[in-house]
Write a protein that binds this ligand. Structure first.
Ligand code: GTP
Ligand code: MG
Length: 173
């Protein structure tokens, strides 16, 4: 799905947020380069990647930002969110604490994000079936309550990763 920048109809910014270790960086590398690392290191500061997406007859270039889940490694929050039209709010479905912490992330979104931002709630690591601590319907219920889209994904097995991004993109455009 490669196409030149000058053929591109739209450029938009999206951000990844959620606790450290939930798989944000791997959800991005899987989507942008089809890469996954079992030994990935915590992100420090901000990284970003581009991905070209075709939606109907529109050519869309997504600029996706990824930052540290760990507070001490995070960059300035307001600039991270500035101009972003979409967000992936990620938890690890094998760690209940990362689901409970969504309250904190939703507060941050309310403070810094545009009110019309499209937010996809993502329960990642669905491949770890024996380690699941958060049921799918809990994620779905929270998403409904907060008016978010919802998807369970596995960056490792490449399940629903593209679908989650496409859900966001099609809602925006
Ligand atoms: P910070 O940068 O610290 O905020 O973490 P992060 O959210 O970017 O997490 P990262 O992508 O670095 O992944 C953390 C760990 O989880 C790594 O060991 C990954 O290999 C692993 N991981 C990520 N996604 C999945 C997944 O879908 N399934 C499994 N089994 N492991 C995953
Ligand atoms: Mg990371």
């Amino acid at each position: 799905d490669a196409f030149n920048d000058d053929e591109c109809d739209y450029l938009f910014k999206a951000v990844l947020i959620g606790d450290s270790g939930v798989g944000k960086s791997n959800l991005l590398s899987r989507f942008s380069r089809n890469e996954f690392r079992l030994d990935s290191k915590p992100t420090i500061g901000v990284e970003f990647a581009y991905k070209n997406i075709r939606v109907g007859d529109k050519l869309i270039k997504a600029q996706i930002w990824d930052t540290a889940g760990q507070e001490r490694f995070r960059a300035i929050t307001s600039s991270y969110y500035r101009g972003a039209l979409g967000a992936m709010l990620v938890y690890d479905l094998t760690r209940r604490a990362t689901f409970d912490n969504l309250r904190k992330w939703l507060e941050e979104l309310r403070r810094f994000a545009n009110t019309d931002m499209v937010i996809v709630l993502v329960g990642n690591k669905s491949d770890l079936v024996d380690k699941r601590e958060v049921e799918e319907k809990e994620g779905r219920n929270l998403a409904e309550k907060e008016g978010l889209c919802f998807m369970e994904t596995s960056a490792l097995e490449n399940v629903n990763v593209e679908e989650a991004y496409l859900e966001m993109v099609t809602k925006i455009f």
